[in-house]
Write a protein that binds this ligand. Structure first.
Ligand code: NDP
Length: 482
């Protein structure tokens, strides 16, 4: 494999300290980084490496806790580092970076910057001859805020980079459990053969956050939960659950199958939006015994009212042979009672019950991304008893990923994604078509909400969204898993 250099734009930012450098450090600790891999931390502040590193070390320690690097580990890790000060908007400031780059090696540019800077950085890298060698870029979400702007961002990137050199992050795809979902589906014959509308009653995907706006009110109020979470994370999870088997693990094969799912998603228009979508906005309440403010009382809010949703539940349908008649219930929100990301596959009840009242308990497969990544299958068995003739009970078959693992912890998604980007494997990164098709679907839904004035209903912080979200699923004689 060619030698790789990693150039992190936005190295002084929150994402870098919280996720990127800790992930790189864990790879270093596991000896998984190439010996000669160099890291350039690029940010605006004019400072030396010796000034940059202690600040980074302090921030990483606060995020990593007991896992933080020891002094020896830190000294060895940071030997790879250089610090380069660049104002990304100023082409005149790229000279030092140009000198640092080595065209004989692969340059992996990681854009941990506001998305508005993606296009200018590409342009300035090009005009200052920083793209002379073999280059790749990694870009963070969001790619646009609607179809039109996502096309603009993608067009800007594609002016300088081939699609095969663009790595769009959706960090959910780097999670162990998500990769395990592919293995579960495509390496287990009994699951694979039961994965369609003949066996599955419905699917639920929940992404619950306990946090509120975290100081980002003015950004968030323009975005809302649909654009922030559904368009990317929930859509990606739905695609992996619903896609047909790809013919290989190559990025192209997987992306082709995922994009077919987004195209098959039934559009939610103004005729159906009231029946299929519930929007919400949190008011003050309690989470785990702590009083928390409502959305309009959060720091940074200067408005008396806002129609932005902090919660959304959607009943979606995939119009294809496999999933005809199987609803996908999606929900995500802020200030919910738990931080949870899970996919629930609810199997159908058996056609006839021979065991008596209450014994027809359908199987349920729960794929949990957080907390406690893992997979559980609920099965029914006979209770061992002489007193009770035939009493049934539900058991959980629990797949513990740690068994047989070469790690004593579940790796963070960014560790996998860094390794793949370094090795040139795009299969866990999102393709252009998927993003644009997803925006097309979301834009139509947003338009329908506007046309029908679907309100953001109040829900108390610490509740599972507005009561109407319960009705959305209960009117179909089903209920949310948690
Ligand atoms: P921050 O605002 O914390 O950091 C932005 C970084 O970009 C800083 O290093 C900042 O440098 C630098 N920067 C901004 N403008 C310029 C400029 N003109 N010239 C040079 N440097 C500049 O943002 P985050 O780290 O939170 O987010 C970065 C990206 O990652 C965003 O696209 C965000 O949406 C995405 N993201 C973030 C997540 C997170 O957990 N934080 C999660 C998922 C995605 P300086 O300090 O000098 O201003």
């Amino acid at each position: 494999m060619a030698a790789v250099d990693l150039i992190i734009f936005g190295a002084s930012g929150d994402l870098s300290a919280r996720k990127l450098f800790p992930a790189l450090f864990q790879l270093e600790r596991l000896n998984l980084l190439q010996k000669d891999l160099r890291i350039a931390a690029v940010a605006r502040t004019k400072q030396t490496l010796d000034e940059f590193l202690p600040v980074l070390k302090g921030k990483m320690a606060s995020y990593m806790g007991d896992d933080a690097p020891s002094d020896d580990e830190w000294a060895s890790f940071t030997q790879r580092f250089s610090y380069v000060a660049v104002n990304f908007s100023e082409p005149d400031e790229y000279g030092e970076l140009r000198e640092w780059l080595d065209d004989e090696r692969v340059s992996l540019f990681y854009f941990a910057t506001p998305p508005s800077l993606f296009a200018p950085i590409c342009e300035h890298l090009s005009t200052t001859n920083c793209l002379a060698g073999d280059c790749r870029i990694v870009v963070e979400k969001p790619i646009g805020e609607n179809l039109e702007s996502s096309i603009n961002v993608n067009e800007a990137l594609s002016r300088y980079f081939d699609e095969k050199a663009i790595y769009r992050i959706d960090h959910y795809l780097g999670k162990e459990t998500v990769q395990n979902l592919l293995v579960l589906r495509f390496a287990n014959s009994f699951i694979n053969s039961q994965w369609d509308n003949t066996c599955i009653d419905h699917v639920q995907i929940t992404v619950g956050e306990m946090v509120g706006i975290e100081g980002r009110w003015s950004y968030y109020d323009k975005v809302g939960q649909l654009r922030d979470m559904v368009q990317n994370h929930l859509m990606q999870l739905m695609c992996l659950v619903a896609m047909e088997p790809p013919n290989s693990l190559e990025a192209e094969s997987i992306r082709d199958e995922k994009v077919k799912i987004v195209r098959a998603l039934r559009r939610i228009d103004s005729q159906s939006v009231n029946e299929k979508v519930v929007r919400g906005q949190y008011i003050n309440g309690w989470i785990r015994g702590t009083a928390v403010p409502g959305y309009l009382d959060e720091d940074g809010c200067e408005m008396d009212s806002s129609d932005t949703e902090t919660y959304i539940a959607i009943k979606a349908h995939i119009d294809n042979w496999r999933w005809s008649g199987v609803p996908f219930y999606l929900r995500t929100g802020k200030r919910l009672p738990e931080k949870v990301t899970e996919i629930v596959i609810q199997y159908k009840s058996l056609p006839h019950n021979i065991f008596g009242n209450g014994a027809n308990i359908p199987n349920k497969l729960v794929i949990r991304l957080q907390p406690n990544e893992g997979i559980e299958l609920s099965m029914v068995s006979k209770k061992q008893s002489l007193k009770e003739r035939m009493s049934l009970q539900s058991h959980l078959l629990d797949l513990d990923f740690r068994e047989g693992s070469d790690l004593d912890r579940i790796p963070d998604a960014y560790e996998r994604l860094f390794l793949d980007a370094i090795q040139g494997d795009q299969s866990l990164f999102v393709g252009r078509e998927e993003i644009e098709e997803s925006w097309r679907w979301c834009d139509q839904l947003i338009e329908a909400c506007k046309e029908q004035q679907v309100p953001a209903l109040p829900y108390q912080a610490g509740a599972w969204g507005p009561a109407k979200a319960e009705v959305l699923i209960e009117k179909d004689f089903r209920s949310w898993h948690v």
